[in-house]
Design a protein around this ligand. Structure first.
Ligand SMILES: [Zn+2]
Ligand SMILES: [Zn+2]
Ligand SMILES: [Zn+2]
Length: 279
């Protein structure tokens, strides 16, 4: 299983779109891996977790063939995770020789409604016929292609936001953006489901070294460690589990130094735009 982190920034990106804080000004000058676009993760080039406004940049600058995305899992409806307007471009005069002529979108009811609203004015009938939207419900298993997906509950602000357990070819990955500390129901569900330890956990690390408020809707390194510990307790994470932190905000200044220190102290990998892992 190949996992590619195309976008590793929070909603505002880095440098944040309209920000002149010292960190953003510095990144604007330095460029390179500190520039972070909005959330998108590809699995085997054909399954995308989320579809941000920066999908265009992922295709143009990072070289991703987004016409190959057959399945799209939407965590929640925030615009940095689901920019539905772009789907009007998936066909007609805008796209030829698409690798996958069809696209199946799996999302909560709110995101499905946003898809309808955002595409209502410009979506051609010929394009609409190639896109199917399926509504997911928490803890209900969904299968497509060779994938088995369990949507779990996230602690986040949108209506019924999800995090995902994704399984394929004996590999298991847990995708934890956007969320604060996981609800107890998730641990109960995962514990009852059992199975082999995860191959990969992707953590929301919006706050990095900053302290998170109680009941925060994102996580930092301390919260990641709490979640990891709970997953270890129920046998779902062990030494072989790869742990990746992502979804960084300019507010937590994910400089090379701060990121290096996080990786060293916690044993995590820090995602950067375009980073690929083979599991
Ligand atoms: Zn986000
Ligand atoms: Zn800034
Ligand atoms: Zn969000």
């Amino acid at each position: 299983m190949k996992v590619t982190y195309l976008g590793t920034g929070a909603a505002e990106g880095i440098p944040a779109l309209f920000c002149n804080c010292e960190y953003c000004k510095g990144v604007r000058k330095r460029g390179g891996a500190e520039v972070r676009s909005r959330s998108q993760v590809l699995v085997d080039g054909e399954l995308s977790v989320d579809f941000p406004p920066d999908a265009f940049y992922h295709n143009g600058v990072l070289g991703a063939d987004l016409s190959a995305v057959r399945y799209l899992l939407v965590t929640h409806s925030h615009m940095d995770h689901f920019y539905a307007h772009d789907f009007i471009l998936r066909g007609y005069k805008y796209a030829f020789h698409m690798t996958s002529p069809t696209l199946d979108i799996y999302a909560n009811a709110e995101a499905a409604e946003i898809f309808s609203k955002c595409t209502r004015r410009e979506l051609r009938e010929s394009v609409a016929q190639t896109i199917s939207v399926h509504i997911l419900r928490a803890f209900e298993k969904t299968q497509f292609g060779g994938y088995t997906v369990y949507p779990l509950k996230a602690r986040h602000s949108s209506q019924e936001p999800f995090v995902f357990l994704i399984e394929k070819d004996g590999k298991r990955i847990l995708h934890l953006t956007d969320t604060g500390l996981l609800p107890e129901e998730d641990y109960e569900f995962l514990s009852a489901l059992g199975g082999a330890p995860l191959d990969l956990i992707t953590f929301d690390c919006t706050f990095l070294w900053n302290a998170a408020q109680e009941n925060a809707r994102h996580m930092g390194l301390r919260e990641n460690a709490v979640v990891l510990n709970r997953l270890e307790e129920i046998g779902l994470a062990d030494k072989r589990t790869v742990k990746v932190i992502t979804h960084f905000s300019h507010n937590s200044e994910p400089s090379k130094k701060n990121i290096r220190r996080a990786c060293k102290e916690y044993g995590y990998l820090a995602a950067h735009d375009g980073m690929s892992l083979e599991l």
